[in-house]
Design a protein around this ligand. Structure first.
Ligand code: A3P
Length: 287
Protein backbone atom coordinates (compact mmCIF):
# COMPACT_ATOMS: atom_id res chain seq x y z
CA UNK A 1 0.00 0.00 0.00
CA UNK A 2 1.38 3.43 -0.88
CA UNK A 3 1.88 6.00 1.81
CA UNK A 4 -1.41 7.70 2.50
CA UNK A 5 -1.77 10.93 0.55
CA UNK A 6 -5.55 11.38 0.47
CA UNK A 7 -7.00 12.88 3.60
CA UNK A 8 -10.41 14.02 4.67
CA UNK A 9 -11.07 16.97 6.87
CA UNK A 10 -13.45 16.26 9.67
CA UNK A 11 -14.07 18.48 12.67
CA UNK A 12 -10.81 20.30 11.94
CA UNK A 13 -8.68 17.15 11.76
CA UNK A 14 -7.03 15.61 8.78
CA UNK A 15 -7.79 11.90 8.66
CA UNK A 16 -6.64 9.21 6.25
CA UNK A 17 -9.45 8.88 3.72
CA UNK A 18 -9.20 5.14 3.26
CA UNK A 19 -9.38 4.45 7.01
CA UNK A 20 -11.87 7.10 7.94
CA UNK A 21 -14.28 7.48 5.07
CA UNK A 22 -17.07 10.05 5.10
CA UNK A 23 -19.41 7.14 5.89
CA UNK A 24 -17.35 6.03 8.90
CA UNK A 25 -17.17 9.54 10.28
CA UNK A 26 -20.91 10.03 9.85
CA UNK A 27 -21.45 6.73 11.64
CA UNK A 28 -19.23 7.81 14.56
CA UNK A 29 -20.81 11.23 14.94
CA UNK A 30 -24.37 9.83 15.01
CA UNK A 31 -23.51 6.74 17.04
CA UNK A 32 -26.13 5.64 19.56
CA UNK A 33 -24.33 5.01 22.82
CA UNK A 34 -25.79 2.82 25.55
CA UNK A 35 -25.53 3.58 29.24
CA UNK A 36 -23.48 0.39 29.70
CA UNK A 37 -20.81 1.51 27.18
CA UNK A 38 -17.30 2.27 28.36
CA UNK A 39 -15.44 4.54 25.96
CA UNK A 40 -11.66 4.94 25.91
CA UNK A 41 -10.93 8.41 24.52
CA UNK A 42 -7.38 9.51 23.78
CA UNK A 43 -5.21 11.59 21.55
CA UNK A 44 -3.04 9.03 19.64
CA UNK A 45 -0.05 7.51 21.45
CA UNK A 46 -1.33 8.34 24.92
CA UNK A 47 -1.84 4.83 26.30
CA UNK A 48 -4.94 3.70 24.38
CA UNK A 49 -3.80 0.11 23.90
CA UNK A 50 -2.66 -0.10 27.50
CA UNK A 51 -6.16 0.90 28.69
CA UNK A 52 -7.80 -1.57 26.26
CA UNK A 53 -5.77 -4.32 27.91
CA UNK A 54 -6.48 -3.16 31.46
CA UNK A 55 -10.24 -3.00 30.84
CA UNK A 56 -10.25 -6.39 29.13
CA UNK A 57 -8.71 -7.92 32.25
CA UNK A 58 -10.91 -5.94 34.63
CA UNK A 59 -14.08 -7.15 32.94
CA UNK A 60 -12.83 -10.72 32.51
CA UNK A 61 -12.05 -10.72 36.27
CA UNK A 62 -8.40 -11.51 35.54
CA UNK A 63 -9.11 -14.35 33.10
CA UNK A 64 -6.34 -14.04 30.48
CA UNK A 65 -8.19 -15.92 27.75
CA UNK A 66 -9.77 -12.94 25.92
CA UNK A 67 -6.54 -10.92 26.10
CA UNK A 68 -4.55 -13.88 24.74
CA UNK A 69 -6.93 -14.99 22.00
CA UNK A 70 -8.77 -11.90 20.68
CA UNK A 71 -6.98 -8.95 19.06
CA UNK A 72 -7.44 -5.73 20.99
CA UNK A 73 -9.27 -4.07 18.08
CA UNK A 74 -12.09 -6.63 18.41
CA UNK A 75 -12.22 -6.35 22.19
CA UNK A 76 -12.48 -2.54 22.09
CA UNK A 77 -13.32 -1.56 18.48
CA UNK A 78 -12.58 1.83 16.98
CA UNK A 79 -15.66 3.99 16.67
CA UNK A 80 -14.29 5.98 13.72
CA UNK A 81 -13.44 2.90 11.66
CA UNK A 82 -16.41 1.68 9.59
CA UNK A 83 -14.96 -1.82 9.57
CA UNK A 84 -16.26 -2.24 13.14
CA UNK A 85 -19.77 -0.96 12.44
CA UNK A 86 -21.47 -4.37 12.64
CA UNK A 87 -19.39 -5.55 15.60
CA UNK A 88 -20.39 -2.44 17.52
CA UNK A 89 -24.04 -2.43 16.57
CA UNK A 90 -24.79 -6.12 16.84
CA UNK A 91 -23.31 -7.00 20.19
CA UNK A 92 -25.69 -7.19 23.09
CA UNK A 93 -22.85 -7.42 25.62
CA UNK A 94 -21.24 -4.48 27.42
CA UNK A 95 -19.23 -2.60 24.80
CA UNK A 96 -15.70 -1.30 25.21
CA UNK A 97 -15.28 1.35 22.52
CA UNK A 98 -12.13 3.21 21.51
CA UNK A 99 -11.89 6.63 19.90
CA UNK A 100 -9.45 9.41 19.10
CA UNK A 101 -12.24 11.74 17.95
CA UNK A 102 -12.60 15.15 19.59
CA UNK A 103 -15.18 15.56 22.32
CA UNK A 104 -17.57 17.91 20.51
CA UNK A 105 -18.29 15.21 17.91
CA UNK A 106 -19.37 12.64 20.48
CA UNK A 107 -20.51 14.65 23.51
CA UNK A 108 -24.24 14.90 22.56
CA UNK A 109 -24.56 11.13 22.12
CA UNK A 110 -22.52 10.39 25.23
CA UNK A 111 -24.58 12.71 27.40
CA UNK A 112 -27.86 11.31 26.15
CA UNK A 113 -26.87 7.76 27.07
CA UNK A 114 -24.76 8.48 30.17
CA UNK A 115 -22.04 6.24 28.75
CA UNK A 116 -18.83 6.15 30.75
CA UNK A 117 -15.70 7.75 29.29
CA UNK A 118 -12.10 7.15 30.33
CA UNK A 119 -9.88 9.93 29.04
CA UNK A 120 -6.14 9.31 29.11
CA UNK A 121 -3.66 12.13 28.55
CA UNK A 122 0.11 11.86 28.18
CA UNK A 123 2.89 14.39 28.25
CA UNK A 124 2.56 15.86 24.73
CA UNK A 125 6.32 15.90 24.33
CA UNK A 126 6.35 12.11 24.73
CA UNK A 127 3.24 11.87 22.54
CA UNK A 128 4.92 13.64 19.64
CA UNK A 129 8.01 11.42 19.92
CA UNK A 130 5.91 8.24 19.99
CA UNK A 131 3.72 9.53 17.12
CA UNK A 132 6.79 10.38 15.05
CA UNK A 133 8.17 6.84 15.38
CA UNK A 134 4.72 5.40 14.66
CA UNK A 135 4.57 7.35 11.38
CA UNK A 136 7.82 5.72 10.31
CA UNK A 137 6.32 2.24 10.21
CA UNK A 138 2.56 2.84 9.89
CA UNK A 139 2.35 2.86 6.10
CA UNK A 140 -1.16 4.32 6.07
CA UNK A 141 0.26 7.57 7.46
CA UNK A 142 2.37 10.12 5.59
CA UNK A 143 6.15 10.01 5.84
CA UNK A 144 6.96 12.09 8.95
CA UNK A 145 10.11 13.66 7.47
CA UNK A 146 12.63 14.79 10.07
CA UNK A 147 11.67 14.95 13.74
CA UNK A 148 11.79 18.74 13.51
CA UNK A 149 9.39 18.76 10.53
CA UNK A 150 7.01 16.48 12.36
CA UNK A 151 7.21 18.47 15.59
CA UNK A 152 6.34 21.68 13.72
CA UNK A 153 3.28 19.99 12.19
CA UNK A 154 2.30 18.64 15.63
CA UNK A 155 2.56 22.14 17.12
CA UNK A 156 0.55 23.57 14.19
CA UNK A 157 -2.11 20.93 14.81
CA UNK A 158 -1.90 19.63 11.25
CA UNK A 159 -1.08 16.01 12.07
CA UNK A 160 -3.72 13.27 12.11
CA UNK A 161 -6.41 14.08 14.72
CA UNK A 162 -5.33 17.71 14.85
CA UNK A 163 -4.14 19.74 17.80
CA UNK A 164 -3.23 17.93 21.02
CA UNK A 165 -4.18 21.09 22.92
CA UNK A 166 -7.68 21.22 21.42
CA UNK A 167 -8.18 17.52 22.06
CA UNK A 168 -7.26 17.66 25.75
CA UNK A 169 -9.04 20.95 26.40
CA UNK A 170 -12.13 19.74 24.54
CA UNK A 171 -12.51 16.51 26.48
CA UNK A 172 -11.57 17.89 29.88
CA UNK A 173 -13.85 20.91 29.56
CA UNK A 174 -16.76 18.40 29.48
CA UNK A 175 -15.58 16.63 32.62
CA UNK A 176 -18.57 17.81 34.66
CA UNK A 177 -21.23 17.05 32.07
CA UNK A 178 -19.98 13.60 31.11
CA UNK A 179 -19.41 10.49 33.18
CA UNK A 180 -15.68 11.01 32.68
CA UNK A 181 -12.73 9.46 34.47
CA UNK A 182 -9.48 11.28 33.80
CA UNK A 183 -6.12 9.58 34.15
CA UNK A 184 -2.67 10.05 32.67
CA UNK A 185 -0.18 7.68 31.08
CA UNK A 186 2.22 8.91 33.75
CA UNK A 187 -0.19 7.81 36.54
CA UNK A 188 -0.35 4.33 35.01
CA UNK A 189 3.41 4.24 34.68
CA UNK A 190 4.09 5.44 38.20
CA UNK A 191 1.72 3.08 39.98
CA UNK A 192 -0.28 0.70 37.81
CA UNK A 193 -1.85 -1.10 40.78
CA UNK A 194 -3.11 2.11 42.42
CA UNK A 195 -4.36 3.46 39.07
CA UNK A 196 -6.28 0.26 38.36
CA UNK A 197 -7.80 0.31 41.85
CA UNK A 198 -9.06 3.87 41.31
CA UNK A 199 -10.44 2.93 37.91
CA UNK A 200 -12.16 -0.20 39.22
CA UNK A 201 -13.77 1.79 42.04
CA UNK A 202 -15.06 4.38 39.58
CA UNK A 203 -16.43 1.69 37.26
CA UNK A 204 -18.07 -0.05 40.21
CA UNK A 205 -16.19 -3.19 39.26
CA UNK A 206 -15.04 -5.38 42.14
CA UNK A 207 -11.30 -5.96 42.17
CA UNK A 208 -10.24 -8.99 44.20
CA UNK A 209 -6.47 -9.15 44.90
CA UNK A 210 -5.90 -11.96 42.37
CA UNK A 211 -7.50 -9.86 39.60
CA UNK A 212 -5.30 -6.90 40.50
CA UNK A 213 -2.24 -9.17 40.41
CA UNK A 214 -3.24 -10.55 36.98
CA UNK A 215 -3.70 -7.03 35.62
CA UNK A 216 -0.38 -5.82 37.00
CA UNK A 217 1.49 -8.79 35.54
CA UNK A 218 -0.27 -9.03 32.21
CA UNK A 219 -0.41 -5.26 31.55
CA UNK A 220 3.28 -4.63 32.17
CA UNK A 221 5.14 -3.28 29.16
CA UNK A 222 7.29 -6.42 28.84
CA UNK A 223 4.26 -8.71 28.90
CA UNK A 224 2.22 -6.63 26.43
CA UNK A 225 5.20 -6.36 24.09
CA UNK A 226 5.17 -10.16 23.79
CA UNK A 227 1.40 -10.51 23.37
CA UNK A 228 0.64 -10.77 19.65
CA UNK A 229 -3.02 -9.94 20.35
CA UNK A 230 -1.99 -6.45 21.36
CA UNK A 231 1.45 -5.66 19.91
CA UNK A 232 0.11 -5.21 16.35
CA UNK A 233 2.48 -7.78 14.82
CA UNK A 234 -0.64 -9.53 13.43
CA UNK A 235 -1.07 -6.55 11.09
CA UNK A 236 0.46 -7.28 7.67
CA UNK A 237 3.69 -5.51 6.78
CA UNK A 238 2.00 -3.59 3.91
CA UNK A 239 0.08 -1.74 6.64
CA UNK A 240 2.66 -1.70 9.45
CA UNK A 241 6.23 -2.31 8.36
CA UNK A 242 7.63 -3.98 11.44
CA UNK A 243 11.15 -3.79 10.05
CA UNK A 244 10.90 0.01 10.52
CA UNK A 245 9.70 0.07 14.11
CA UNK A 246 7.60 -1.52 16.83
CA UNK A 247 4.24 -0.50 18.20
CA UNK A 248 5.40 -1.41 21.72
CA UNK A 249 8.43 0.81 21.29
CA UNK A 250 9.81 1.97 24.65
CA UNK A 251 6.94 2.43 27.07
CA UNK A 252 8.79 5.04 29.13
CA UNK A 253 8.18 8.49 30.58
CA UNK A 254 10.42 11.34 29.42
CA UNK A 255 11.77 9.89 26.16
CA UNK A 256 11.33 13.41 24.71
CA UNK A 257 14.60 14.39 26.41
CA UNK A 258 16.47 12.24 23.87
CA UNK A 259 14.71 13.91 20.95
CA UNK A 260 14.12 17.61 21.68
CA UNK A 261 16.81 20.25 21.14
CA UNK A 262 16.86 23.22 23.59
CA UNK A 263 15.29 25.37 20.85
CA UNK A 264 12.48 22.87 20.26
CA UNK A 265 11.85 22.68 24.01
CA UNK A 266 11.62 26.46 24.21
CA UNK A 267 9.22 26.66 21.25
CA UNK A 268 7.11 23.93 22.75
CA UNK A 269 6.91 25.60 26.16
CA UNK A 270 5.98 28.94 24.65
CA UNK A 271 3.09 27.43 22.73
CA UNK A 272 2.08 25.30 25.73
CA UNK A 273 1.75 28.41 27.88
CA UNK A 274 -0.23 30.26 25.22
CA UNK A 275 -2.60 27.35 24.67
CA UNK A 276 -3.15 26.43 28.30
CA UNK A 277 -3.42 29.87 29.88
CA UNK A 278 -6.86 30.54 31.24
CA UNK A 279 -7.57 26.85 31.75
CA UNK A 280 -7.47 25.14 35.11
CA UNK A 281 -5.68 22.18 33.56
CA UNK A 282 -2.41 21.38 35.19
CA UNK A 283 0.08 18.90 33.74
CA UNK A 284 3.14 19.04 35.99
CA UNK A 285 5.12 16.88 33.56
CA UNK A 286 4.50 19.02 30.51
CA UNK A 287 6.98 21.76 31.47
P1 A3P B 1 6.08 4.65 23.05
O1 A3P B 1 6.06 4.82 21.57
O2 A3P B 1 6.56 5.88 23.76
O3 A3P B 1 6.82 3.42 23.49
P2 A3P B 1 -1.35 4.15 21.99
O4 A3P B 1 -1.79 2.80 22.40
O5 A3P B 1 -2.24 5.26 22.50
O6 A3P B 1 -1.11 4.23 20.51
O7 A3P B 1 0.04 4.44 22.72
C1 A3P B 1 1.19 3.73 22.35
C2 A3P B 1 2.27 4.07 23.37
O8 A3P B 1 1.92 3.43 24.62
C3 A3P B 1 3.63 3.53 22.96
O9 A3P B 1 4.57 4.46 23.52
C4 A3P B 1 3.65 2.19 23.67
O10 A3P B 1 4.92 1.64 23.85
C5 A3P B 1 3.00 2.60 25.01
N1 A3P B 1 2.50 1.45 25.78
C6 A3P B 1 1.64 0.50 25.40
N2 A3P B 1 1.47 -0.42 26.37
C7 A3P B 1 2.24 -0.02 27.41
C8 A3P B 1 2.52 -0.55 28.72
N3 A3P B 1 1.99 -1.69 29.16
N4 A3P B 1 3.39 0.14 29.52
C9 A3P B 1 3.95 1.30 29.10
N5 A3P B 1 3.73 1.85 27.87
C10 A3P B 1 2.90 1.19 27.04
Amino acid sequence: MDRMEVTETFAGMSLPGHLHTAESLRFASSFEFRDTDVVIATYPKSGTTWMQEILTLLYSQGNLLPAKTIPNWFRAPWLEHIYFKDTLQETSERRLITTHLPCHVLAPGLKKAKAKVIYIARNPKDVVVSFYHFHKFAKFLPDPGSFNDFLMRFLDGTVQYGSWFDHVKGWLSHQEELELFYITYEDLHQDLGRSVQRLAAWLGCPLPPEVLRAIEQHCSFSSMRENVMVNYTLIPSEIMDHSQGQFMRKGTVGDWRDHFTPMQTMLFHRLYQEEMQGTSLHFPWAM
